[in-house]
Design a protein around this ligand. Structure first.
Ligand SMILES: Nc1nc2c(c(=O)[nH]1)N[C@H]1C(S)=C(S)[C@@H](COP(=O)(O)O)O[C@H]1N2
Ligand SMILES: [Mo]
Length: 312
């Protein structure tokens, strides 16, 4: 077994600054960003510190709710490639090497291209966006992400008229990941092209003003805030535009339980449990889940005329 266990690892290794040393650009944001968020004025301070990344744009996509503490955002994770317990990714994901990194964008595009990290960071000004993340397991968090709209990346490769879906393939490295067949690896996800182009759909490269910790999907992961968390694929290596609805790992594993759309919907239960309520991490009582995770005004029109019980 190659995966390190909690006992083999010094606590300092988990949060060690060395882990971030090669992510030079974000280093300056660390610490100061977190403090600024606590004081409630993050954007200006982050912008002042963003250095060669350019200014951090103040985003209209903000949720006016208390942030989930950073320690919960980074220690209570789903990243099955690093173990299936919520605490496993924080212990194991440091084994993944995230620099150098490339994302290949291919398929039905006019200009297929492989982006390296520097090119990825330069696609669009970085924005800080405070988004809810709602897991199908009925917990949720409010997270200050840093990222850019996926549409910026897609526009750069010029989608063809025949492109209707976008497939996301994530890293699978058996040298550092858990190879037990929990899912059909590599982890795969998909969106309809209009969903992928929607301004809410984010490619996140950071959170809490810092470079994305590995357990949260470094160096680049999706955040699709109106869908269940599993749509937000982590550590993406390939993006493929297609004319057919792509297979997704969770849909392949349980088509009755995990639909392609997976829009947050309190009226459509998971076959084994209710989706009507959620527990915000840190809260004791559950709260009612909102349709589209509270983003209905922005996204519901994309599903006009569709039966969302069938297309769950
Ligand atoms: N590659 C990969 N991406 C993934 C997962 C995973 O297991 N592997 N889990 C998903 C699930 S179920 C959720 S809820 C979110 C969790 O994101 P977080 O750990 O940053 O909160 O990541 C999603 N992306
Ligand atoms: Mo999830």
């Amino acid at each position: 077994m190659l995966i390190k266990h909690a006992a083999d690892i010094r606590p300092s290794e988990i949060t060690s600054p060395e882990l971030y040393a090669d992510r030079r650009r974000f280093l300056r944001l660390a610490g100061a960003g977190t403090a600024a968020l606590a004081l409630g004025g993050p954007t200006e301070l982050l912008a002042a510190q963003a250095g060669d990344l350019g200014p951090l744009v103040k985003s209209p996509f903000r949720v006016d709710e208390p942030l989930t503490p950073r320690k919960d955002v980074t220690r209570y994770n789903n990243f099955y490639e690093f173990g299936t317990d919520k605490g496993d990714p924080a212990i194991n994901a440091h084994r993944m090497k995230t620099d150098p990194w490339t994302i290949k964008v291919e398929g039905l595009v006019g200009k297929p291209r492989t982006f390296d990290l520097d090119q990825i960071y330069k696609l669009a000004p970085l924005e800080e966006r405070i988004y809810r993340l709602r897991c199908v397991e009925a917990w949720s968090m409010v997270i200050p992400w840093v990222g850019f709209p996926l549409s910026a990346l897609l526009k750069a490769v010029e989608p063809l008229g025949s492109a209707r879906y976008v497939e996301f393939v994530t890293l699978f490295d058996p040298k550092v990941m858990d190879t037990r067949p929990v899912l059909d690896w590599p982890y795969k996800e998909g969106l309809r092209l209009d969903e992928a182009m929607h301004p809410l759909t984010l490619m996140a490269v950071g959170l809490y003003g810092e470079v994305l910790p590995n357990q949260n999907g470094a160096p680049v992961r999706l955040v699709v805030p109106w869908k269940y968390g599993f749509k937000s694929a982590k550590s993406i290596v390939t993006i493929r535009l297609t004319d057919k609805q792509p297979n997704t790992s969770w849909n392949d594993a349980g088509p009755e339980e995990y639909g392609f759309y997976s829009n947050v919907n309190p009226d459509v239960d998971h076959p084994r449990w209710s989706q009507a309520k959620e527990r915000r991490i840190g809260d004791f009582l559950k709260r009612k889940t909102l349709p589209f995770n509270g983003y209905a005004d922005q996204v519901a029109s994309m599903y006009a005329g569709m039966d969302l019980r069938k297309n769950f």
